[in-house]
Design a protein around this ligand. Structure first.
Ligand code: BGC
Length: 403
């Protein structure tokens, strides 16, 4: 036990160092692992405290090899490779045994991953859900096995089985996207506004849209902007606040499913259907970087679109290059170093029998989940170097055209 306590203290010290921004391993790397790698092949296990791992387990068939299990959604989006890189940077020294598994876009794989981790005897599960409500069954199984569940980035809804939540300030993400479009809109009124959203299965998609709507709606209601591609949003233009059901109706029309191809074909269909009055200088609410690049590529090839401003989020390297090149107007830096460090610090607290520090709560439809929230940073051509290079998140050599 003494050994376990010592390793926990070391881990806390290490996480504290990372939180103050002094971590030495701060460069994000992307690997070239392909989507068809089986989850088990990606597992990393650190055996530093393996002999202590079973301490505190209540028995059962658990092998007791792994203390903390981490489940991430997919390797197909660079966003989650950033998180993986940060976890890998921290976990080697975290002082507990761990395993990272990917769900590859499948709730069924996610459930199997959780079951695998339960059978390994984990005490803490850190999980970024593939689908907010489908993940409930997986975390309930974990809870039944006495495991503490930490939702990572995406809240799991409709279940009591979520103990903690680590997240970025997702409402602010949406506000920042909407406000960027307002601040950079062309002069005049009747400016076409194309809305796109994330996957309806992701609770964050609702929060992002709610944030964007909170600032865009007055501009739509007073005729400054005209919605080009959503009759549901148009019908709700006088409502300052939307219910979840109303947001769901809009998302139903303009969802990208967080998928580049869906985003591309929707953008193509919308521009094909749009009349001349919905072309010219236009604004596009792009929900995240991957989909924004797809949509931007489509808008860039329409000769009747004279100019467009488009938002994103995640500061993926490809989008940072798009921002530098003027092909995507902005992105939002969500520092995955902080999110990974916060969740690891929570796991350490739980393993030490302490209550993790939280600063807010998020309601998941059945309970207020104690949460730790991280601020976001808007990135444009003007501050890309300061936000992403000077902060050592990326290396300047990863980009061209940076001054
Ligand atoms: C995350 C975004 C990400 C999106 C698609 C959201 O839940 O917060 O950062 O772009 O999922 O993976």
């Amino acid at each position: 036990m003494k050994k376990k306590l010592l390793s926990m203290l070391l881990a806390v010290a290490m996480v504290a160092t990372m939180l103050t921004g002094c971590g030495s391993d701060t460069t994000t790397t992307t690997d070239d692992t392909t989507a068809d790698d089986v989850a088990a092949d990606d597992a990393t296990a650190d055996d530093a405290t393996a002999d202590d791992a079973a301490a505190g387990d209540e028995g059962g068939a658990a092998s007791g090899d792994v203390q903390v299990g981490i489940v991430l959604p997919t390797k197909d989006e660079p966003r989650w490779l950033q998180d993986q890189a940060q976890f890998e940077a921290i976990l080697g020294d975290a002082g507990f045994t761990n395993q990272v598994l990917f769900s590859q876009g499948s709730s069924a794989t996610e459930k199997t991953n959780v079951e695998t981790l339960i059978s390994q005897g984990i005490d803490v599960l850190i999980i970024c859900a593939q689908d907010a409500s489908a993940a409930a069954a997986a975390v309930e199984a974990a809870k039944d096995a006495g495991i503490t569940v930490i939702a990572y980035d995406r809240l799991i809804t409709g279940t009591e089985a979520v103990d903690y939540y680590v997240t970025f300030d997702s409402f602010s993400v949406g506000v920042a996207q909407g406000q960027y479009l307002i601040d950079n809109a062309p002069d005049g009124t009747g400016i076409p506004l194309y809305l796109y959203a994330g996957a309806a299965t992701d609770n964050n998609a609702f929060i992002f849209f709610e944030g964007a709507w909170s600032v865009l709606q007055p501009k739509i209601a007073d005729g400054t902007f005209v919605i080009a591609n959503s009759s549901e949003a148009e019908a709700l233009k006088d409502s300052a606040e939307l219910s979840r059901e109303e947001i769901g109706k809009i998302i139903g029309q303009v969802t990208t499913d967080w998928d580049f191809n869906v985003a591309k074909s929707k953008a193509e269909a919308h521009l094909t259907a749009a009349g001349a009055d919905m072309k010219g200088d236009v604004l596009v609410l792009g929900p995240n970087d991957g989909t924004a690049r797809s949509i931007a590529d489509v808008f860039a090839t329409d000769k009747d679109v004279t100019s467009f401003k488009i938002t994103g989020q995640d500061a993926e390297t490809a989008s940072v290059q798009y921002v530098i090149d003027g092909k995507q107007s902005m992105t939002i830096f969500k520092d995955t170093r902080t999110l990974a460090a916060d969740s690891v610090a929570m796991a350490v607290a739980v393993l030490n029998g302490e209550t993790p520090a939280t600063d807010t709560t998020y309601n998941n439809e059945v309970k207020d989940v104690p949460a730790k929230q991280t601020d976001i940073v808007v990135v444009t051509q003007d501050n890309v170097k300061e936000a992403l290079i000077d902060s050592e998140y990326y290396d300047a050599s990863e980009f061209t055209g940076l001054e």
